[in-house]
Design a protein around this ligand. Structure first.
Ligand SMILES: NC(=O)c1ccc[n+]([C@@H]2O[C@H](COP(=O)([O-])OP(=O)(O)OC[C@H]3O[C@@H](n4cnc5c(N)ncnc54)[C@H](O)[C@@H]3O)[C@@H](O)[C@H]2O)c1
Length: 382
């Protein structure tokens, strides 16, 4: 079986779907990698590193598409742009594709893949079960985003993070507030702590309190009743607007007292709740920074503009939508490992074996035999 890897096409995307380190395990299962020349270069993996581990290099993307049984990608571009989807042209009927496809946000792409006769598997839909933990690329990428968000916040902040006692006086430690203590939030806490900041965090899920404390932050107690805030997949459920209004009121003081606020509160498949209003921003000291990791789905801060730097009377608001791509070496290493485990799960006797009775296959399989087969995605395409 030939697994083809293309240079990613989305502007600014530097990750690559396979790294040399995972090739021997794939080869053992009968999967040979066919890399487009230069596919790993922007992530720090030269062609030679792949050939040293048994990969073949193809001169062009078209060569890879013509020969691969399965294409491994980081992301497919959306169909909703005026330019249309460049990645659809980089597929061949009968081929399988594994990638971040955003099928809940971009159901039109799923329909287009189905009509092209592509078997598509979505990394976003990986079930949150113990068995699939090592295939969970959303968590891997959230780890990177949480880490980088802190570095970004620190570099925009006109202050230092650690407390320092020097001959030139004492420097007070920075105060960092993390809203949403999932995978990204917990990694942000750890990173900010390592840099010496005083860190506080809040999450609607009751289980988050202990996790926040275990990585050295103070859990901000907001006397809010989030009720049964967690769905069976471990994700936060959406709350009603009156809940968010009370949450904003209670968070106002903490936000005002923070030098850096990092928001990570996302609700899968839904617009992100606004948790920091323009008025709350105006209560922050000039020079403070907000890093909004929910920017892709509208943002947790009312003033966030995706991938822009907003200056609101001296407060900097950042809404980066692809931080993992700014740490491409390790992001690719983690993604490739997730892909490796997933493929080894799906491949039997050198061929893709898609068994709908298997939860991992059923949950991630979006299109097959010309149809959108995933129930939730199909409901969106109807
Ligand atoms: N395989 C597995 O078992 C597995 C894999 C990954 C994550 N998880 C768990 O799932 C949970 C969610 O993780 P995630 O990082 O994917 O979450 P996510 O990216 O969906 O959301 C980020 C965080 O924001 C929080 N949030 C939502 N609304 C909020 C609000 N109004 N105020 C404050 N916080 C709010 C969520 O509770 C979550 O912790 C975590 O407990 C994580 O450990 C389990």
């Amino acid at each position: 079986m030939i697994a083809g890897v293309l240079t990613e096409t989305l502007p600014g995307e530097r990750r690559v779907a396979l790294t040399p380190a995972v090739l021997p395990a794939l080869a053992k299962a009968g999967v040979t990698a066919l890399m487009q020349a230069g596919a790993g270069r922007s992530a720090g993996y030269p062609d030679q590193a792949y050939t040293d581990k048994g990969a073949e290099i193809a001169a062009s993307a078209a060569d890879v598409v013509a020969r691969a049984d399965i294409l491994l990608r980081v992301r497919l571009s959306p169909t909703s742009t005026s330019a249309g989807n460049v990645d659809l042209g980089l597929t061949r009927a009968g081929q399988a594709v594994v990638a971040f496809l955003d099928p809940l946000g971009e159901p039109a792409l799923a329909s287009a893949l189905a009509s092209r006769g592509i078997t598509a598997l979505s990394m976003e839909l990986m079930p949150r079960i113990t068995r699939a933990q090592s295939m969970d690329a959303l968590s891997s990428m959230a780890t990177i985003a949480g880490y980088k968000a802190v570095l970004l916040g620190a570099s925009y902040l006109p202050r230092m993070f650690p407390m320092l006692t020097t001959a030139a006086g004492t420097i007070k430690p920075a105060r960092v507030f993390i809203v949403g203590a999932g995978v990204a939030g917990l990694q942000a806490i750890s990173t900010a702590r390592r840099l010496g900041a005083i860190v506080e965090a809040y999450d609607v899920r009751a289980a988050a309190k202990e996790q926040v404390q275990s990585v050295g932050a103070k859990f901000v107690e907001l006397p809010l009743d989030a009720g049964d805030s967690e769905d069976k997949g471990g994700y936060a459920k959406a709350q009603d607007e009156s809940f968010y209004r009370r949450q904003r009121e209670m968070m106002t003081k903490v936000v005002a007292g923070s030098d850096v606020v990092i928001t990570t509160a996302a609700i899968p498949g839904k617009k992100s709740p606004v948790l920091v209003t323009a008025e709350m921003v105006s209560g922050m000291a000039p020079g403070s920074v907000i890093v909004d990791l929910a920017a892709e789905r509208g943002g947790n801060c009312e003033l966030t503009k995706a991938d822009e730097v907003v200056d609101a009377h001296g407060v900097t608001i950042l809404g980066p939508t692809n931080l993992p791509s700014t740490v491409p070496y390790h992001a690719s290493q983690m993604y490739a490992r997730n892909i490796q485990t997933f493929l080894l799960h799906l491949v039997k006797d050198g061929a893709l074996h898609l068994d709908p009775a298997d939860e991992i296959t059923r949950e991630t399989l979006v299109t097959r035999d010309g149809q959108v087969v995933h129930e939730r995605v199909r409901a969106l395409t109807a």
